[in-house]
Design a binder for this molecule. Structure first.
Ligand code: 5AD
Ligand code: FES
Length: 353
């Protein structure tokens, strides 16, 4: 075992602090080496020590694929006229939520494109009604809104807000987002973090032009902001987007970033994402649960809509319905010797501020 790597791993496991250069060395480890296995085992131990052997399930409702933005990687960008657009009615959203709660979900994630049809007034009504009828936590993921809109939604009872930074490199961010501003996104994350709401962010891995150093910077950013959740998946080139011809990210790099995130942010929630499952339906989620991940977000959107929420091609679980995904995920978790979390799965902070 290389003594430099060994020392980095011990420092990470004991202090959860690393220098940029040290993170880069971990992210550069090659597959199936002794050092890489020690890296993943350390992340697995830290996961067990800080967040236990429970995997938290979040039922994902993709309630609208209308989007006013044009992120260059995303299959549901406004300019993609080949997408069949849908909005799920409020009544149907309530039915989906009730069914998901009956399946045992204690968190529902309401996600959509940036769709002005769903005004803050409508969103507040949806959040309140779901929480009145079901004992669930609500995570909202509807993009960039104003401070006062976020305030109102927090007031209405949302527990968590997801807003991925996608990359913390300002230049790369700009290349990906023709109509978003990096500093605005950052400011919104910092604003949410000051409020009474848990904050999730995350990145895509394997973006064109993205370096290992940028990934290490992303992880240091999660630590600095003290985010409560980090969702990270491989970039997958989507047809009918300006990035259709780019190379995909890969599973192994994604797992390394997950493992390093666990070492530096030991008590946060880290999902095994759908994008990861899409690149390797068979074992990517198992592998993620053994190198730091402790959350999974099975889709509870009715099957008839799923194919249209196509951020990237061949998305996992397009052909399944919510009970099938619940059963499938349960099997994967059990096969890893882990258990399904039964509480809300809020982040319990165990690291000093
Ligand atoms: N490949 C991988 N992930 C993608 N996302 C959007 N498009 C793609 C793609 N082509 C991710 C983004 C977004 C989340 C909802 O899905 O990170 O924040
Ligand atoms: Fe949907 Fe496995 S999680 S089929």
């Amino acid at each position: 075992m290389n003594y430099v790597i060994n020392a980095i791993l011990q420092k990470a496991e004991n202090t959860h602090r690393l220098e940029l250069e040290e993170i880069i060395q971990l992210l550069d480890l090659e597959e199936n080496t002794e050092e890489q296995k020690a890296f993943f085992s350390a992340a697995d131990r830290v996961r067990e020590k800080y967040v236990g052997n429970y995997i938290h399930l979040r039922g994902l409702i993709e309630f609208s694929n209308y989007c006013k933005r044009n992120c260059n990687y995303c299959g549901i960008r406004a300019k993609n006229t080949r997408v069949h657009r849908y909005r799920i009615s409020e009544e149907e959203i309530f039915e989906i939520a009730n069914k998901a709660a009956k399946l045992g979900y204690r968190t529902l994630v309401l996600q959509s494109g940036e769709d002005p049809y769903f005004t803050v007034k409508k969103l507040k009504n949806i959040v309140k009604t779901i929480k009145e009828k079901n004992n669930v936590a609500i995570t909202l993921c509807v993009g960039e809104l104003s401070h006062s809109d976020y305030d109102e939604l927090i007031q209405a009872g949302i527990d968590r807000y997801l807003l991925r930074i996608e990359t913390t490199n300002a230049e790369l961010f700009k290349q990906l987002h023709p109509d978003d501003d990096f500093y605005t996104r950052m400011e919104l994350l910092r604003y949410l973090k000051k409020k009474n709401v848990q904050v999730g962010t995350g990145i895509m891995i394997g973006l064109p032009g993205q370096t290992t150093e940028m990934l290490a910077q992303d992880i240091l950013f999660y630590q600095e902001l003290d985010v409560d959740m980090v969702g990270q998946g491989p970039f997958i080139a989507s047809p009918d987007t300006p990035m259709a011809e780019e190379k995909n990210g890969d599973v192994f790099t994604t797992l390394k970033v997950i493992a390093a995130t666990r070492l530096l942010c030991p008590d946060i929630h880290i999902p095994a994402t759908t994008a990861l499952a899409t690149l390797s339906i068979t074992d990517a989620r198992q592998r993620a649960f053994r190198c730091g991940a402790n959350v999974v977000m099975p889709n509870v959107t009715p099957q008839k809509y799923r194919a249209f929420y196509e951020l990237y091609p061949d998305k996992a679980c397009i052909g399944e319905d919510s009970d099938e995904c619940r059963a499938c995920i349960g099997g994967i978790i059990a096969s890893c010797g882990l258990e399904v979390g039964r509480d809300f799965g809020h982040r319990i902070k165990k690291t000093p501020a």
